[in-house]
Design a protein around this ligand. Structure first.
Ligand SMILES: Cc1cc2nc3c(=O)[nH]c(=O)nc-3n(C[C@H](O)[C@H](O)[C@H](O)COP(=O)(O)O)c2cc1C
Length: 210
């Protein structure tokens, strides 16, 4: 525990004083997670809900972060894809076990631009690109062989390793954050929480009881 200004703090107080927007703080924490997590520091749970307000949560990988928001890529015909088209509200939750930290994000999604999606898709390995064509993500699958046959089919269709086009239904969502909350583990459950709330384009921040 640090001693800062005569107060016991695990770190959020200093962030609270120094960083005016949550993306800068997120980047700071994320770079620590990249050094410490044994794998997938960019793994994040994304919650959506369907037209009956049934929440649904699953892991994805964060593939972009900027002042605009948090980007992940997926099949737009998947369950999450359909849900986000019907209801653009989403929530993210990162948990970095090695750091004992959590970050939660609330906001609406927008689709990334075509050029952003192309750029990321083209950076992926050949197998991943073929998989994006072969997987009717979240549809029923009769047996594994059906999927493996589809992979072989698309490998034959696109044998050129560097010329696999991006499927039109495969793209990215960007969550435009309205609220970002940082949680830091404390001894004896004396945790620290800091939330940033976007009010008309300006970030306001406050501490919360743990
Ligand atoms: C660590 C991890 C990372 C994942 N990353 C992604 C991803 O970036 N995009 C994606 O579509 N699915 C990803 N998945 C699979 C999803 O969790 C999920 O099974 C799939 O997208 C179908 O979800 P849906 O039926 O809710 O649309 C990942 C799973 C794990 C465990």
């Amino acid at each position: 525990m640090n001693q800062k200004n005569g107060k016991n703090t695990l770190g959020i107080d200093s962030c609270f004083e120094e960083l005016g927007n949550p993306i800068d703080l997120f980047k700071k924490w994320f770079s620590e997670a990249e050094k410490r997590e044994i794998n997938d520091p960019n793994a994040v749970a994304v919650a959506t809900s369907d037209k009956n307000n049934q929440p649904n949560v699953r892991m994805v990988l964060l593939k972009g972060i900027s002042q605009k928001g948090f980007v992940f890529y997926t099949n737009f015909k998947s369950k999450k894809g359909k849900e986000l088209k019907a209801n653009s509200k989403a929530s993210l939750c990162f948990h970095w076990k090695s750091l004992r930290r959590q970050v939660r994000v609330l906001g609406d999604v927008e689709e990334v631009t075509t050029s952003e999606a192309d750029e990321y898709y083209n950076s992926r390995p050949y197998k991943n690109k073929i998989g994006a064509w072969a997987s009717s993500q979240s549809d029923d699958l009769a047996n594994r062989e059906t999927f493996l046959n589809k992979i072989r089919e698309f490998e034959q269709k696109y044998p050129e390793k560097n010329s696999v086009p991006r499927p039109p239904h495969w793209s990215g969502w960007r969550i435009l954050p309205k609220e970002v909350e940082f949680w830091l583990d404390g001894e004896g459950r004396i945790h620290e929480r800091l939330v940033y709330i976007n009010e008309k384009g300006n970030w306001k921040k406050k501490l919360l009881f743990p």
